[in-house]
Design a protein around this ligand. Structure first.
Ligand code: SF4
Ligand code: SF4
Length: 76
């Protein structure tokens, strides 16, 4: 199984939740906090979930769908 990780630029996020809906492993959630523009930004949760079955594969679906280009994907 390929592995990857992502970084979300919270200040670019506009809370459209598209990344949340496409992640096959449900690794992205909406934060309780707000960014400078007042949006509840998307947050990567792999480290907090710590479940073997819930690992980022670097599929990049989240980054492709993000209209704000707020997500960087790292593979390997
Ligand atoms: S790269 Fe794929 S598996 Fe990883 S967070 Fe994005 S949609 Fe989910
Ligand atoms: S797709 Fe982009 S703008 Fe939309 S919630 Fe995810 S990170 Fe934010």
């Amino acid at each position: 199984m390929p592995s990857g990780t992502i970084e979300i630029d919270s200040e670019l996020c506009k809370d459209c939740q598209l990344c949340i809906s496409v992640c096959p492993h449900r690794l992205i959630v909406t934060s309780d906090r707000l960014n400078q523009k007042g949006y509840r930004f998307a947050q990567f949760t792999e480290k907090t979930l710590k479940k073997e079955s819930k690992k980022c594969t670097g599929c990049a679906l989240c980054a492709i769908v993000c209209p704000e280009i707020a997500i960087e994907v790292y593979r390997g």
